[in-house]
Ligand binder design. Sequence first.
Ligand SMILES: *Cc1c(COP(=O)(O)O)cnc(C)c1O
Length: 356
Amino acid sequence: MMSWEDNVRKVVPYTAGEQPRGTGVIKLNTNESPYPPAPGVAAKIAALDAEQMRLYPAFPEKTELAAALADYYGIGTDELFIGVGSDDVLCQAFVTFFNSDKPILFPDITYSFYDVWADLYRIPYKRQPLDENFLIRKEDYIPRESGMENGGIVFPNPNAPTGVLMSVSEIEEIVAANRDVVVIVDEAYIDFGGTSCLPLIHKYDNLLVVQTFSKSRAMAGMRIGYAMGNPRLIKYLNDVKYSVNSYTMNYTALQLGVESVKDTAYFNECCEKIVRTRETAEKELTRLGFTFPKSYGNFIFAAHGSMPAKEIFEKLKENDIYVRYWNKERIDNHLRITIGTDEQMQALYRALENIL
Ligand SMILES: *Cc1c(COP(=O)(O)O)cnc(C)c1O
């Protein structure tokens, strides 16, 4: 007997970190910012005109948000695609650009949404192992060196959850060696001390750089992400996006996003604070017996010398401190600890002292 279930598109969904609510919780598990969005965002919320919601929203590329982002990065609005968080942007990019019979490539330890989208859209893929220090092996992505052809490439820089940064020159080598496919660089964490490969979009029409408001701009709840690349890449992305939904971004997000982009001073101050707290965390975690690769994100990916990560994870949770743990090959003895405020981090070190 046939069942409708035979024709269901089955997929194992991405599992996001827990979202406990409540005042007592110290939430260091999903790389959110510990600071509020730019003050102009709250002011704009108070001034929003509910009457406007009667109307369909503007097309993202025609909005003040697009103009503000283009101005911030010194690019044209035709080089910019805006979506509902970078997860939406990345997903649309997978559908739009990864249609080859050859496998797309990404690291074995990386953002665990990539294989979910690939499975969902039946895109063949191959995971290229990081080296023993969690570095991406550049040569694995260069066909003439690896002997391996591909249908596209995607990786975060800095990588997640390791925090390891790749240099712009190495990225350029990868992009230059793969001119026949699209290379997506997911820069969700680039504002915490890394150097963006954005300038390369003017040299390579096969490079798409993706960023988000969710981490450095403290607006994960508003869902704004964007991609930057050659106008032809952007046009193809928009064609797909507008084939799913003509009104892709909600009015509120478009209005509030602008306020964040306009306040460069506040943005820089928050990023610098997080970097300083990360530097202290490196010292404190080392003192407590952890080892970790140098992180360029708003998190540290750490293993302890004697106590298993799972045990530390569970004991921290009993203390209402949430960090991220994956029971997965190669990383099941690591914790990803988001950088919180100095006060939150002090509470973490105290709890770790007791646990260890
Ligand atoms: C957080 C994250 C994203 C997605 O964030 P959005 O909230 O959807 O913008 C994408 N890539 C990586 C590597 C991330 O860590």
